[in-house]
Design a protein around this ligand. Structure first.
Ligand code: GLN
Length: 243
């Protein structure tokens, strides 16, 4: 089997270990003998987004988001074509915010989003910044899984029709909110850095399967030895009193 990943804005959008998500996807494919290719796509580079099984964008501070949003908007049609072609998309924090209608930063600047979904984000100094470890119960197409991560965002995301999960501890889409992220079966946006995938191998495999399913039928993944990963997750769950 073959999996093609495109890591967009790899040199600009990368906070709190986000690049580790790519490392985890790579390692879990190599360990199973899955042929994996990881390409990058920076600002102003010509890239054919619809060639890929998975697109990934990490998080970035307001400054980085302001720097590159026009480049991203210029690729809106290409992103829509990739979505029509069943590419799976993983978005962390700033990347997640970009797929909504807009983000208003803490100086009141409006950073236009792709507007692919109706959610929007507003920085709110008066409410408070969402910082710290977070645990949620995510619904991975019918399978409920506890997922842990680290969040650090001023942006409060409103009007999310289909969240990624329910907050067990932490903030999520808004300060002290009940729900975290966005997931519609093909696009997964989350505030969870940390990075997300090393402590959540179920999510990593779920994404690998989604990506492989674009070109392969009835994908089954060999089990891997995940003892260390689950221990790391348990440490956070225990610390957050969520076990
Ligand atoms: N700049 C955005 C915010 O603070 C995103 C930050 C991030 O990607 N961690 O809401």
């Amino acid at each position: 089997m073959k999996l093609n990943i495109l890591w967009m804005y790899h040199d600009v959008m990368d906070l709190y270990g986000d690049k580790g998500n790519i490392k985890v996807l790579e390692k879990r494919c190599i360990d199973r003998g899955i042929d994996i290719t990881i390409d990058t796509c920076g600002m102003n580079e010509t890239c054919t987004l619809s060639n890929y099984d998975i697109l990934f964008i990490g998080g970035g501070a307001d400054k980085e988001q302001a720097l590159l949003y026009k480049d991203l908007l210029s690729r809106k049609q290409a992103i829509e074509e990739a979505i029509q072609g069943n590419t799976f998309i993983l978005l962390i924090c700033g990347g997640y915010q970009f797929f909504g209608t807009h983000y208003i930063d803490n100086k009141g600047n409006i950073i236009e989003g792709l507007g692919l979904f109706d959610y929007y984000t507003q920085s709110s100094a008066s409410v408070g910044r969402c910082i710290g470890n977070i645990a949620i119960e995510a619904d991975l197409d019918g399978t409920l899984v506890k997922v842990v991560g680290f969040e650090n965002h001023g942006g409060q995301t409103y009007n999310v029709a289909t969240p990624f999960g329910k907050v067990l501890s932490g903030h999520g889409n808004e300060y002290k909110s009940s729900y975290e992220g966005f997931y519609n079966g093909q696009i997964l946006g989350t505030y969870m850095h940390g990075p997300l995938l090393p402590k959540n191998p179920e999510v990593a495999d779920f994404i690998i399967k989604k990506g492989l399913s674009r070109k392969h039928d009835n994908v089954e993944l060999d089990a891997l030895e995940d003892g260390m990963e689950h221990k790391a997750k348990e440490v956070i769950l225990t610390r957050l009193n969520v076990i």
